[in-house]
Design a protein around this ligand. Structure first.
Ligand SMILES: CSC[C@H]1O[C@H](OP(=O)(O)O)[C@H](O)[C@@H]1O
Length: 353
């Protein structure tokens, strides 16, 4: 599969992070040397997208381990543990952040008990972060494989926000089948919602797909109903930041509206989700913390004031699509359909065997 720009890579003693806030006009990679810089990169959305956030946080934990200059494994682990707790405060909704941090903390604790040298501890912790990144790349490729049959010749596919290579280690989740379909010579059209207020669709998805030579049409967020009514859309495929145990889906704000419109037009609504984004510990969508972001994202859109000073603003970064609007969830282990409480539980039971 053609691999678009990747958002994160390890530079030996720093994390190289593509500043996605500057795309598509500028391609700027930042060198981050501390957990604090990684926290800020996640919080300000220099890096964004559930899997990419988890990967960035994992490398932030590695940077914390490298900061420790003593010789006691227990002290090293305490540094790492504190960094995990700190990085967990960078954004609240994408469960991959907490999944990755819990994994890094668990491994660091196990390593510290071996009493190996600090140098070896840091090497092993870096290896775990590299594994998280490499696994995500393969997971996304597998999501592409399982989602590929959903893309038939001549189809129109609508997507919302960016669930592409920039949101993951590579390939993306919702966009992965599109890259695969293109590689296999299937012709299809993608309609990308601009996705206000941060415009991940316009700035990132349209950019990624255009770079890959895929037929993409950019829509303002209020156009989905019209293009569906014209019969231009045969499927919706989106990513997610957290799937609850009952199949409710948290995703970029506006996704719920697209799901309702899809149902109203008899169009299937698919959610591409790695297992790492499915959280059986969150019972329903009502239990998913929804991030609220600064008013300026709306009132001063990319430097242009677009609202009266002091106006009240509500700026939730995500919404929750109830499971009854979700046709299927495409994971790296296959396609999951309702009843989701049961099918997701079965999926994880098989995984844990
Ligand atoms: C493959 S996860 C992509 C997911 O993350 C985005 O949110 P954000 O850009 O705020 O990190 C959006 O919800 C995408 O669907």
């Amino acid at each position: 599969m053609s691999a678009p720009l990747t958002s994160l890579s390890w530079g030996g003693d720093h994390l190289l992070m593509l500043d996605q806030r500057l795309l598509p006009e500028e391609i700027v990679h930042l060198k981050l040397f501390t957990p604090e810089e990684v926290w800020e990169g996640i919080h300000s959305m220099k890096v964004r997208g559930a899997p990419a956030i988890g990967i960035a946080a994992a490398y932030g934990v590695v940077l914390a381990g490298l900061q420790y200059k003593g010789s006691l494994p227990a002290e090293w682990f305490e540094n790492v543990r504190k960094a995990c707790a700190y990085l967990a405060t960078s954004r609240p909704t994408a469960v991959n952040l907490f999944w990755a941090l819990d994994r890094m903390k668990l491994v660091a604790g196990q390593l510290a008990e071996t009493l190996m040298s600090i140098e070896n501890l840091n090497e092993k912790l870096l290896a775990e972060a590299n594994d998280i990144r490499a696994e995500d790349e393969e997971v996304c490729r597998q999501i592409g494989v399982h989602a590929l049959p959903l893309i038939q010749e001549g189809m129109g596919i609508l997507t919302h926000c960016n669930a592409g290579g920039l949101a993951t280690a590579r390939y993306g989740t919702a966009l992965a089948p599109m890259y695969l379909a293109q590689e296999q010579g299937i012709s299809f059209k993608v309609f990308a919602d601009e996705t206000r207020p941060v415009l991940q669709g316009a700035r990132l998805t349209a950019f990624e797909l255009q770079q890959a030579g895929i037929d993409v049409t950019l829509l303002a967020d209020n156009m989905a109903a019209m293009v569906m009514s014209k019969g231009w859309i045969q499927a919706v495929i989106v990513g997610t930041d957290r799937v609850a145990a009952n199949g409710d889906v948290a995703n970029k704000i506006g996704t719920y509206g697209v799901a309702v419109l899809a149902k109203a037009h008899g169009i299937p609504f698919y959610v591409a989700s790695p297992l790492s984004t499915i959280d059986l510990n969150t019972p329903t969508g009502a239990d998913i913390p929804i991030e609220e972001r600064p008013a300026e994202e709306i009132t001063e859109s990319f430097g242009k004031r677009t609202a009266p000073p002091g106006v009240q603003v509500f700026n939730p970064a995500f919404d929750v699509t109830p499971n009854e609007y979700v046709t299927a969830i495409i994971t790296e282990k296959g396609v999951v359909r309702a009843p989701y409480e049961e099918s997701l539980k079965t999926l994880f039971e098989k995984q844990n065997k």
